[in-house]
Write a protein that binds this ligand. Sequence first.
Ligand code: SF4
Length: 395
Amino acid sequence: MQEPTFFAQTRPVALYVHIPFCERKCPYCDFNSYAGFTHLYDAFTEALEREIRAWGERLGRPVLRSVFLGGGTPTVLALHHLEVILRAVYDAFSLSPQVEISVEANPGTTDRPLFKGLRDVGVNRLSLGAQSFRDEELTFLGRIHTAADILHALEEARRVGFENVNLDLIYGLPAQPLSHWQGNVRRALELAPEHLSCYALTVESGTPLARWVAEGRVPPPDDDVQGEMYEWTREALERAGYVHYEISNWARPGRMSVHNRVYWQHEPYLGVGPGAHSFDGTYRWWNLLSPQAYVRRLTEGRSPVAGWEHLSTDVLQGEMMILGLRLLVEGVDRSRFFRRFGRDPVDVFSEPLQRFQRWGLVRVTEDRILLTPRAYAVANRVFQAFLPATEGVSG
Ligand code: SF4
């Protein structure tokens, strides 16, 4: 089927750039990332530059609120690769004056010259994959860094002027006691990051971790323990002055992730790089997963898009509810929903909303729909009620 015209009526407000390389593949990870591809870095950077410039030209240099280089591990590339990529972004797009430009970095792949170079090329937010401050946990997770590397990376980042840093942490490792997780959070708080993302370890099918669990070599993560850790984290971070603004994300006031908020607000975004997804308010589409195939297509002057889906109104409304409910302080803005679909979400979803209100899981105010704290740990089950049974047309 021929590719439809994307962004026919909208323009992206955020750009996601996927760098699909890592130094080593972590055993729990099912992201589109590959180790041992250093030979492809130059050709990949060229292909990515081509994709970025082509989009900018096609869309007439739209204004971006955020740019996010994620992965994978963007910082496995050399600084000169990252500079080429960011310069292409600046040429191809306009940037709003308060634009957030984030790069994901893993301790062990960074040093001061790299951080300095990123600052010099306009990066103003770092997201560090810390995961744990216990070396034995980092080893279990297959991470290439130690706890000391995290401290060193953060110190270097601060020294060159990064004032907006996120730390990613993972909780609920097999047999991890609550006290170890509490120690990780306390250590993170001592480092005073502006933002913290805390994710429960999940066993994704097809990963080495899934095999270890299936073979009985590793116990599966315990839901009750993860629930207890989550509740403790919520209280601890709130006490420390962080705003719990999304189910897995906490920020100092004013330091919410601009980029992720675009997703949660269901606004249009463009994704470039292998496997990256894009959304224009009508279509969702995605690029080829394989970095080699991606490079080949772009080198031949062809589109790297692998598939697309036309989203029906039912799907769009359900998505706007699910994503909006993830924002714990803002929730779903009823008038924004009405402006978009011509109906109040309270009418569209009257049955599940009444049910969840009765159960104390959802709160409906004059202008918003919000999850109650009781729903945070079971949010995925609440979200299912907003998904339509049928999906749109795909290609
Ligand atoms: S560093 Fe991140 S993206 Fe890379 S393999 Fe590990 S978890 Fe996956």
